[in-house]
Design a protein around this ligand. Structure first.
Ligand SMILES: O=C(CO)[C@H](O)[C@H](O)COP(=O)(O)O
Length: 265
């Protein structure tokens, strides 16, 4: 694996090691991929993405005044607005220069589980709309196979009317006996997405998760499923902040994934 120097030096603050790793990944990815010529930028969801926005804001008003930022949901919309960046929508800008988003887990081939924050429908739309889709995460998300460290399962967004039927099919037909409807934490009842749908979390065996595209296609065919939190063959690169201040970069080069380590400078 090639080893490079020059990971963004970040002052040690009171942030936990995991938060520092997220920030490192986000800052490094912004520095490499959000370039002056990029005018339409997709902003993902989760706890790593605020560091993405922080680094973009640090590029300065001059660069950002002509840019439009497209959110993947309520959280990123608020982030964009609160950061005084220009808010846009994917219907106005169906082609995005770069989308940067977090992930719940990323495998050796850059396939991802997403949807831990129930935003995966809009996240997938913005990933597909982007010329370049970049993932940022801390070291815990860097895995050989999906489902290794992220165990709740594959997030499946489903229309409420169909949830019981989809749950039954996931359990009895597709091989996820422990699939469950995601329940809200501070509200009685299920999580309701930004699109007014429910989410089912469906854990699958290692054997099934070794081939995420196949199970993605099968889940997507169930009537009532709106989107599946498996992003197969979509990311061009993933940046993982490590505990020691280095950044592991996995990127696609001619359809192969190559890995580099950027050491702190
Ligand atoms: O897919 C997502 C939300 O639906 C997030 O990107 C994913 O959950 C990662 O979040 P975090 O950056 O907090 O680890």
């Amino acid at each position: 694996m090639p080893v490079l120097t020059g990971a963004v030096p970040i002052a040690t603050t009171t942030l936990s090691a995991i938060e520092q790793s997220k920030r490192l990944a986000a800052y490094t990815a912004v520095d490499k991929h959000i370039l002056p010529e990029h005018k339409v930028i997709g902003i993902g969801s989760g706890s790593t993405v605020p560091y993405v926005v922080e680094r973009i804001v640090a590029q300065g008003r001059e660069l950002n005044k002509d840019r439009v930022f497209i959110p993947t949901g309520f959280q990123s919309k608020e982030l964009i607005v609160m950061s005084n960046l220009n808010l846009g929508d994917v219907d106005q800008f169906p082609t995005i220069d770069v989308t940067i988003d977090g992930a719940d887990e990323v495998d050796l081939d850059l396939n991802c589980i997403k949807g831990g924050g129930a935003c995966h429908l809009r996240e997938k739309v913005l990933a597909e709309a982007a010329n370049t889709f970049i993932v940022v995460a801390d070291y815990r998300k860097n895995a050989e196979y999906l489902g290794t460290n992220f165990t709740p399962g594959v997030p499946v967004e489903v229309v409420p009317f169909a949830y019981a039927q989809v749950l039954r099919k996931l359990r009895d037909v597709l091989g996820s006996p422990n699939a469950t409807l995601r329940m809200a934490k501070a509200k009685a009842g299920p999580v309701v997405t930004d699109n007014s749908n429910f989410v089912i979390d469906a854990p699958f065996s290692r054997e099934i998760m070794k081939d995420p595209s196949t199970i993605l296609a099968k889940i997507k065919m169930l009537t009532g499923v709106v989107e599946v939190g498996l992003f197969c063959d979509m990311a061009q690169a993933a940046y993982f902040g490590n505990e020691d201040g280095s950044v592991t970069v996995k990127r696609k080069v001619e359809s192969k994934v190559v890995e580099e380590l950027i050491l702190p400078s």
